[in-house]
Design a protein around this ligand. Structure first.
Ligand code: CA
Length: 230
């Protein structure tokens, strides 16, 4: 899958752009480059990339605006590249429809790891439309409203089940606190502290944090993601 995937790289800083393109080239990805927001939107439309790597600070239109425009017609995975301490920007980008983020300065290994997560996300798009969701030892039967871990039914509260389904249907994608709260509670009344408590209980029931691979990954100050587990 990694061979021949086409990546659209949107970055106005030549040194970062060169690092990314050298990395992609060395790892058999194909890529196209856009140096500003307008050309990013145009290239996304003309080249139909498999993944977009998008710097948020662009000379013309803002990266978040690029996401909004591209999301008008495409669900292509978007990984945002942002500077350190720009959590608000990351959250805006994720809420606008980005899937993931890397923070500058990032390592080549980290960039490649993000791309692998996105490829697994692409591969699971079709699965997510099925009535039974399967990820490692976790199974969710949406029609029956039941979840199983290693064949045993999980005893989840209604809220925990809703949280689990939301994360599963967006497997591989980082969901912000605000997004999760709106989807699960339907309004803004529940605070992030309560969400954390529900998540901690859910993660305990999934056996997260007890070695092996975790199903749910915490992004401090940002949100949560369900990982695709082997
Ligand atoms: Ca920039």
């Amino acid at each position: 899958m990694s061979v021949n995937s086409l990546i659209l790289v949107v970055e106005d800083d030549p040194s970062v752009r060169n690092l990314i393109s050298a990395t992609l080239k060395a790892n058999d990805y194909r890529y196209v480059i856009a140096e500003n927001g307008e050309s990013a939107v145009a290239t996304a439309a003309s080249h139909n990339p498999d993944i977009i790597l998008l710097d948020l600070g662009l000379p013309d239109i803002d990266g978040v605006e690029v996401i909004k425009r591209v999301r008008g017609w495409s669900s292509v995975p978007i990984v945002v590249i942002s500077a350190r301490n720009e959590d608000d920007d990351k959250i805006s980008a994720l809420d606008a429809g980005a899937d993931d983020y890397v923070t500058k300065p990032f390592s080549v290994a980290e960039l490649l790891a993000r791309l692998r997560v996105m490829q697994r996300r692409i591969n699971s798009f079709s699965e997510s439309e099925q009535s039974v969701f399967s990820n490692g030892k976790l199974k969710i039967d949406f029609a029956a409203g039941c979840a199983y871990l290693d064949g045993d039914e999980l005893h989840l509260t209604p809220i925990e089940y809703k949280l689990l389904c939301l994360l599963a249907k967006n497997v591989g994608k980082v969901l912000t606190h605000t997004y999760i709260i709106q989807k699960v509670w339907g309004s803004n009344w529940t605070d992030v502290t309560s969400l954390r408590v529900f998540m901690a209980n859910l993660r305990k029931k999934l056996g997260d944090g007890q070695g092996a691979q975790d199903y749910i990954q915490t992004h401090v100050g940002i949100g949560y993601r369900m990982n695709k587990v082997d």
